[in-house]
Design a protein around this ligand. Structure first.
Ligand code: UT7
Length: 306
């Protein structure tokens, strides 16, 4: 597709909230949360802007480029700091970018949607796009609701995508949405996140498997070729069920939800950053990025690292 990833960066708040801490104020337990979700602790704090700026700066530094080299900023976020203006222009200003900047909201699929958007921008004349996923989910959590409070958290992750006619980093995409399932996961204006967790779980496994299989077929590869799965980090049991149905060993999946919980559109770049830091990303290997979330939306992409 003629693009390359040029650098990744992540950011999480300093404040660690453990399952035991939540159990002090909620009718829950470390055992329930760990067994049902895989989450052990999460980070809470900051804002979409502050976390986005940190991750964006780190990705830019890793890319070797400066603020003047970026032509477009696409921010994936479900939790912009304000309804308007979008958070992307504020991040751009803080980072010293003078380019176009906009938010994309596709919930937990948002980062792959933003990469898809960036690809379109690169195909039509932009040289480099900074893609950030940043979330301040804790702001919209009712901390007396154990259904949501144990799951959601704050973080950001970012990458620089560059146009390069010889680049083969992006092999394929399959994105989708079904607004008939809109009521399964919502947050009304001035309200809190609410979710039919069981139904989301059921549908999530299905749309991840379907979109991943189509994306792999588009890329001309099979499950055996995937060295790394970088899934949305919602629930370890969803990741296990999806990888099993895809025929991909669980040890090829990147899991960071035990440390960071569900950070929506930040979760895939957060997992990517972790994989890079641990040396799990190798040149020439294929990775599958796959997410799902409110909307419902879903998105899978096959990536080949150069
Ligand atoms: O980011 C994308 C969108 N979100 C997701 O992907 C989330 C998808 N769904 C899930 O991850 C899971 O459905 C949950 C983690 C939300 C829930 O797990 P579950 O295994 O589906 O549990 P459940 O909703 O069936 O609840 C089982 C029991 C219930 O009690 P009863 O009715 O069996 O007595 C719940 O009331 O667990 C109870 N429960 C809890 N107990 C302790 C629900 N939340 C908690 C809690 N602590 N935090």
């Amino acid at each position: 597709m003629g693009v390359r990833f040029k650098g990744w960066g992540t950011a999480v708040p300093d404040r660690v909230v453990t399952n035991d801490e939540l159990s002090q104020t909620l009718d829950t337990s470390d055992q329930w949360i760990t067994e049902r979700t895989g989450i052990r602790e999460r980070r809470i704090g900051g804002s979409a802007k502050s976390l986005g700026v940190l991750a964006g700066r780190r990705a830019l530094a890793a890319s070797g480029y400066g603020p003047g080299d970026i032509d477009f900023l696409v921010l994936a976020t479900t939790t912009p700091d304000r309804l308007t203006p979008a958070t992307a222009p504020m991040i751009a200003a803080e980072m010293g970018l003078t380019c176009a900047a906009m938010d994309v909201n596709a919930a937990c699929s948002g980062f792959v949607y933003a990469i898809r958007t960036a690809y379109g921008l690169l195909e039509t004349g932009n040289r480099r796009v900074l893609v950030i996923g940043a979330e301040h989910l804790s702001r919209w959590v009712d901390w007396s609701d154990r259904n949501m409070a144990v799951l959601l958290a704050d973080a950001a992750g970012a990458t620089v995508l560059e146009y390069d006619p010889d680049g083969t980093d992006l092999m394929s995409f399959r994105l989708g949405a079904d607004g008939n399932a809109a009521d399964l996961l919502t947050c009304e204006h001035g309200g809190y996140f609410q979710m039919d967790g069981k139904e989301i779980f059921r549908r999530a496994v299905r749309v991840v498997v379907e979109s991943a299989e189509l994306a792999m077929a588009d890329a001309g590869i099979g499950a055996d070729d995937i060295a790394l799965v970088v899934p949305h980090q919602a629930n370890i049991r969803i990741i296990q069920a999806a990888t099993q149905r895809l025929g991909i060993d669980m040890d090829r999946a990147i899991v960071v939800l035990d440390r960071y919980g569900n950070t929506s559109s930040a979760s895939i770049p957060l997992a990517m950053g972790d994989a890079i830091e641990r040396g799990r990303v190798k040149s020439g290997e294929y990775a599958l990025l796959t997410g799902f979330g409110a909307g419902m939306t879903w998105a899978s992409a096959v990536v080949r690292w150069s």
